[in-house]
Design a protein around this ligand. Structure first.
Ligand SMILES: [Zn+2]
Length: 380
């Protein structure tokens, strides 16, 4: 790297770039473009895996950044590629939010244990998209303060989170036919463990997403709305026409045996359903389970927020049917035991699909999500 930098400085001093102390393609003749491109590519994210190679590879995405003890540092994000012959490409992602661990465990296990001869096409796997957040047990990256799921479409010259989002948008999504992004409620929310999706426009993409989401074989499949901002990973993938499957595999930092079993089995089954993994996909019927219950929370009123700060009490178990006006939780005030609790009521009848996880709550935190049963035959 030092040699290249010396050459660039020499060329700049010699006036080859109009005396400028920086390299820009706008100042380059055709013969100089090569050096400018080399410099640009060094400044961008690098990958150590070969996406065209057969078999299993483990490698890293190198995202350049600087901090006070390392001017030429790289954030190294592990990535795996397993390829066998021709077929579809499925991008399997977890750790979009660092404090959501069941997907990270399931993807790491899949990377190690899957037999490459069972793959029909290509799997690209990233178990911890937000590496610094995973290591710190935080939702947002402590490296740049970013919520990775608000960074799309990304920025190649931005923070490490923004640069990785840009790489997904411009390199990895275009390679993929399907994108699986495994979430949980993180520290903040407990969900009834379920696969979920956006209700994209009617057509083949929606039909494909409905079928793939149901292939997770969770008790509920959940159609959700974006109530907290834009720039989401799944939205970018959906806009590129991909079959996108996402989840809310419970919540809190605990990877329970029950949640892990559903995360691992659901992921494997969806890969079989998509045809990128050999074998026949199970259905809930073949497993002796009742049909999936499809629910949707597409209106802002379906999401309840804490009216005041305090200690939050969940009053209804997840997955319960609640009536309109029913008390689903309450805020208590530890400094004012004499003050009556403030109830949180369902605004409509439905199923409590998500609730507050930590007991301490701040005004405006989401504390309940009531979803409404919907006939899947009316969705396709
Ligand atoms: Zn998440």
């Amino acid at each position: 790297m030092a040699g290249l930098w010396s050459k660039i400085k020499y060329l700049a001093r010699s006036g080859a770039y109009g005396g400028a102390w920086y390299i820009s393609p706008f100042f380059c003749s055709a013969s100089q473009t090569c050096l400018a491109k080399t410099w640009e590519s060094l400044a961008l994210l690098q990958s150590t895996v070969d996406f065209t190679a057969q078999g299993r590879q483990f490698g890293h995405l190198y995202i350049p950044y600087s901090y006070n003890l390392a001017g030429w540092a790289n954030l190294m994000v592990p990535i795996g590629v397993i390829q066998n012959g021709s077929g579809p490409t499925t991008l399997v992602l977890a750790g979009n939010h660092g404090d959501e661990y069941p997907g990270q465990v399931a993807v790491m296990r899949l990377m190690r244990q899957i037999d490459p001869t069972q793959v029909r096409g290509r799997l690209i796997l990233i178990p911890a998209l937000s590496m610094p957040a995973s290591k710190a047990a935080t939702r947002l990256s402590p490296l740049d303060g970013k919520n990775f799921n608000r960074c799309f479409p990304g920025n190649p010259g931005g923070t490490p989170s923004e640069a990785l989002a840009h790489h997904l948008t411009t390199v990895l999504f275009p390679m993929a036919d399907h994108v699986i992004d495994i979430h949980t409620g993180g520290r903040g929310v407990d969900f009834y463990p379920c696969a979920h999706m956006h209700l994209v426009a009617p057509g083949p993409q929606r039909a494909g997403m409905l079928a793939a989401t149901e292939a997770w074989n969770s008790d509920f499949c959940f159609l959700y709305a974006d109530i907290a901002g834009t720039g989401l990973l799944p939205v970018e993938a959906e806009n590129q026409g991909k079959i996108v499957v996402t989840t809310e595999m419970g919540g809190s930092e605990n990877v329970t045996a029950q949640v892990h079993a559903l995360t691992q089995s659901g992921l494997t089954n969806v890969l079989k359903h998509l045809g990128v993994l050999a074998g026949r996909a199970d259905t809930r019927e073949s497993l002796g389970l009742p049909p999936t219950r499809w629910v949707q929370a597409l209106d802002w009123e379906d999401y309840q927020f804490a009216p005041e700060s305090g200690i939050y009490e969940n009053r209804v178990p997840l997955g319960s049917v609640v009536a309109s006006g029913e008390v689903v939780g309450a805020v208590h005030f530890v400094e004012r035991p004499d003050r009556p609790e403030v109830p949180v009521k369902a605004k409509s009848s439905g199923v409590l699909i998500g609730c507050r996880a930590p007991s301490l709550v701040a005004q405006g935190d989401c504390v309940a999500c009531v979803a409404h049963e919907v006939d899947p035959r009316r969705l396709a």
